[in-house]
Design a protein around this ligand. Structure first.
Ligand SMILES: [Zn+2]
Length: 335
């Protein structure tokens, strides 16, 4: 799907971009902000296509045919006048910005409008940032620089002030679920669940699927449902297993928090349960918990989050957490 049609739930950014094209008032610098995986790079590519498409049937500015030479070259990243810079390793280095400047100092090869896309611009080191700033101060001919970053605060204020800022919001849950089902073949249940937990990011949803996240979720939530029937030995084994990959722990804690939240809303608003496919077990848990459990469990998860952020020992942190989750059930005051 070429052009802006490929981007979901970003009406406002697309309206602004289309109006820049329609009024032929393309600025020298545009800054897209928003979390990873909401369509910033796709929008930058679509904008480059819209600037250069020669095949759009109605000749409308902003339209893309997806079939002309320019569209096809841009979509497959083979167009000499659509340039892309992204971090090499952790940073965008000065050499990368310098070589971009050298190319932009020359005339465009074949484009009506040249587009340079600097993805993750917040990863420019200071030297690279200053080199880019110079380019924005003396903009090259028929060229737009499109920067992407999570938020304006991550960039030099002097760069931000020279760009038109367009904010991309997280994708609404139902739009994301529909996209995962239609474009990526998720089952309806998996699409709903992944969308509920991906915080509005397509990238995050796909990463969750790749990592076998749903299977892991099933296992962790079944352990949570069983927690007060597990022996201390089993709880410690569980802590060991769940602390093995430190990078996975924050996501696991988020998951445990959604389960606690589901148990909390189950009795009053069962429609708002995130893990809809486990509704029966969540309703059962909500009927058997003791007063104080939810608060204590929430506090135990928050404490574990703080400890992991502060670089505490993962295994000890998870041991304390699993023991608290079980004790919270038994005593109503386990933290
Ligand atoms: Zn075209």
């Amino acid at each position: 799907m070429p052009g802006f049609d490929a981007i979901i739930d970003q009406e406002r950014p697309i309206r602004i971009l289309t109006s820049l094209l329609t009024t032929r008032s393309i600025p020298h610098g545009i800054l897209f902000t928003g979390i990873e995986g909401v369509g910033k790079r796709t929008a930058a590519t679509a904008f480059a296509m819209a600037c250069n498409c020669t095949g759009s049937s109605d000749g409308e500015p902003g339209a893309t045919c997806g079939n002309c030479t320019a569209c096809r070259k841009i979509a497959t990243d083979r167009h000499p006048d659509v340039l892309r810079v992204s971090p090499s390793g952790l940073q965008i280095k000065i050499e990368q910005v310098r070589s971009l400047c050298q190319v932009l100092a020359m005339k465009p090869y074949e484009a009506r409008f040249r587009v340079a896309i600097i993805a993750d611009a917040h990863r420019m080191n200071p030297a690279a940032g200053n080199a880019l700033l110079k380019m924005l101060e003396e903009p090259p001919d028929r060229t737009v620089l499109i920067l992407t970053a999570p938020q304006t605060a991550d960039l030099l204020p002097t760069i931000v002030s020279r760009c038109q800022h367009i904010r991309f919001k997280p994708i609404a849950r139902h739009h994301l679920a529909a996209m995962l089902a239609t474009a990526y073949g998720f089952s309806p249940a998996d699409a709903q669940l992944t969308a509920a937990l991906a915080n509005g990011s397509v990238t995050r949803a796909l990463a969750m699927q790749r990592s076998g996240w749903i299977q892991r979720r099933n296992w962790i939530l079944s352990q949570l449902a069983e927690r007060d029937r597990l022996s201390v030995t089993s709880l410690l084994a569980l802590a060991e297993k769940t602390s093995q990959v430190k990078e996975d722990i924050p996501e696991m804690l988020d998951l445990m928090a959604t389960w606690v939240r589901d148990v909390a809303v189950a009795r009053y608003c069962p429609d708002r349960i995130i893990h809809q496919d486990l509704k029966r077990s969540i309703l059962a848990a909500s009927q058997s918990i003791e007063p104080g459990f939810l608060d204590n469990a929430g506090r135990a998860i928050a404490a574990a989050r703080r400890r992991i952020r502060a670089n505490a020992n993962p295994r000890m942190t998870m041991e304390a957490l699993w023991l608290s989750m079980a004790a919270a059930r038994q005593t109503g005051a386990g933290v």
